[in-house]
Ligand binder design. Structure first.
Ligand code: HEC
Ligand code: HEC
Ligand code: HEC
Ligand code: HEC
Ligand code: HEC
Ligand code: HEC
Ligand code: HEC
Length: 310
């Protein structure tokens, strides 16, 4: 008994040290990259210099702490030489890992189908127009990516996290400018044909209109040319809404297992015009109406016979 107790104490201490160690190591980088200003000892003048941190090199430690790679230390992805400051100029040439370098061919991550995602991404407008100047990190912030569809409770949070990945660039001329010489077009303006456009953007993902459902991927990655985007209202606002296979696909599977009721997935999240048409309810209302007619008929006959007797 005592032995088990001792071993588990040892393991707990070890784990704490590991996590603390990582945090401690990251702290070393975050004391500059987590701040608006950074300081360093100037060996030439013997003074302490205070300088502004380039906002693009600023890392949000809170976001990092809830990201899928929260257990990582900075130097798992960046070279350990970054521990010295000033950083050597050569370091900016460092080759960055791609997702597939770590996730490819790994059974632990098979459910995501990274290979399939990469294939679809290579057929997207972004990759076709820019080749590998556009890579996975352009949408998946290396210091803050959280799972949306698999990770969040409410559909609104899923939509918001997912859309932010597109809007971070499509509404930011500096990020957009890394890829294109043109200015990004105003997204609100190019989508003003949608009634109550802000409400749509809170309830439906960009990728629900800009990709086609792919059965082997939970999140389709082939962004289509704009001419092929979904504009047909009825595709969403109908009983067999396309959203059942995309945004709600995850919930549909769960709610079918729980209650056998497909549209529960949407109804749980609120009301969507047209989506909550239910065949069973239609039958019930026809039967009720039939019974009402029969009732009226009986009432009429009885009234007639009683009147005739008088
Ligand atoms: C004393 C402050 C300071 C510390 C500590 C520090 N950095 Fe930096 N880092 C900077 C500044 C300033 C820049 C931008 C100028 C430059 O590249 O030197 C920068 C740039 C970078 C860049 C971008 C280089 C490029 O041009 O693309 C990376 C990556 C980076 N740091 C990683 C790290 C990592 C990882 C650590 C911890 C192991 C770390 N830094 C620690 C101040 C610091
Ligand atoms: C999961 C891998 C990963 C981890 C962990 C990671 N980085 Fe990065 N980092 C990257 C990649 C990839 C890029 C290049 C992004 C790009 O090209 O868009 C990058 C870019 C940067 C940049 C340059 C800014 C930019 O957007 O190009 C800085 C600064 C930086 N990282 C600092 C850090 C610090 C500090 C930590 C730890 C707190 C850290 N990174 C942890 C993968 C990582
Ligand atoms: C340096 C290696 C490395 C790179 C590069 C990397 N990952 Fe990871 N990733 C991991 C490891 C290891 C884990 C498991 C972390 C854990 O369990 O705490 C992980 C976890 C994840 C998870 C959560 C998996 C789960 O089921 O919990 C997702 C999603 C993910 N990564 C996506 C990506 C994406 C997208 C990219 C590229 C934009 C990427 N990763 C790049 C190593 C990496
Ligand atoms: C144009 C933007 C964009 C690019 C580029 C991109 N992704 Fe994604 N990715 C998304 C969005 C949006 C989601 C949905 C977020 C969610 O539900 O977690 C997502 C989700 C994912 C997921 C989680 C899927 C799941 O089944 O839960 C993985 C894994 C992933 N991407 C990997 C990659 C890899 C690998 C690449 C590069 C080959 C890549 N992504 C490039 C936008 C992008
Ligand atoms: C309800 C469906 C729908 C949603 C949601 C949607 N789009 Fe679109 N988007 C379209 C259609 C359709 C077009 C083509 C517009 C046209 O033909 O007038 C388009 C056009 C675009 C264009 C090209 C604009 C141009 O004229 O060059 C971009 C970029 C774009 N969308 C990005 C986004 C982003 C980012 C989001 C999420 C914040 C988003 N879209 C959400 C349907 C949608
Ligand atoms: C890092 C910046 C960046 C991110 C992130 C990004 N895009 Fe784009 N997108 C561009 C640029 C730049 C173009 C202009 C065409 C080109 O050069 O690729 C573009 C073009 C488009 C177009 C128009 C294609 C056409 O036919 O003209 C659509 C639609 C689009 N993006 C949708 C999305 C969606 C949806 C997401 C999120 C899943 C997203 N983008 C994420 C930079 C980005
Ligand atoms: C990609 C799927 C999709 C497409 C395409 C789509 N919608 Fe919607 N629409 C939704 C969702 C999801 C909601 C949010 C329901 C809610 O408010 O809970 C919504 C909400 C609405 C609302 C209520 C808005 C409000 O003011 O509260 C109206 C009206 C509407 N849509 C009309 C349209 C019309 C007209 C079109 C075609 C031009 C269209 N929608 C295209 C998914 C879609």
């Amino acid at each position: 008994m005592a032995k088990i107790y001792k071993t588990s104490c040892f393991l707990i201490v070890l784990l704490t040290l590991c996590i603390y160690g990582n945090a401690q190591q990251n702290q070393q980088c975050l004391k500059c990259h987590g701040q608006v200003f950074y300081q360093y000892d100037n060996e030439w003048t013997g003074k302490v210099d205070k300088r502004p941190m380039n906002p693009f090199y600023h890392i949000d430690s809170v976001k990092m702490h809830i990201s899928v790679h929260k257990e990582f230390s900075c130097t798992d992805c960046h070279r350990p030489d970054y521990e010295t400051f000033p950083h050597s100029g050569e370091l900016r040439m460092e080759e960055k890992y791609a997702c597939i370098d770590c996730h490819g061919g790994d059974d632990n991550f098979a459910k995501y189908n990274f290979e399939g995602i990469e294939q679809a991404f290579m057929e997207s407008v972004h990759f076709k127009a820019n080749d590998d100047k556009f890579n996975c990190w352009m949408c998946h912030d290396p210091h803050g990516y959280q799972l949306a569809l698999r990770g969040q409770e409410s559909i609104k949070d899923v939509v918001s996290l997912s859309n932010q990945m597109c809007l971070d660039c499509h509404t930011n001329k500096f990020k957009f400018g890394l890829i294109s010489d043109e200015m990004p077009k105003d997204i609100a303006e190019t989508h003003n044909w949608l009634p109550n456009q802000p409400n749509h953007f809170e309830n439906v993902r960009c990728i629900d209109c800009h990709t086609q459902v792919q059965s082997d991927l939970l999140v389709s990655h082939k962004i289509l040319p704009k001419e092929e985007a979904l504009k047909n209202c009825v595709k969403c606002h109908s009983a067999n809404s396309v959203l059942m296979e995309s945004l709600y696909s995850h919930r549909v599977k769960e709610s079918r297992e729980e209650s056998g009721f497909i549209n529960a997935a949407i109804l749980n999240e609120g009301y969507m015009i047209g989506a909550n048409r239910n065949l069973a309810l239609n039958y019930v209302s026809v039967i009720l109406f039939g019974m009402l007619l029969i009732g009226l008929l009986i009432h009429f006959i009885l009234r007639l016979t009683i009147k005739n007797k008088k």
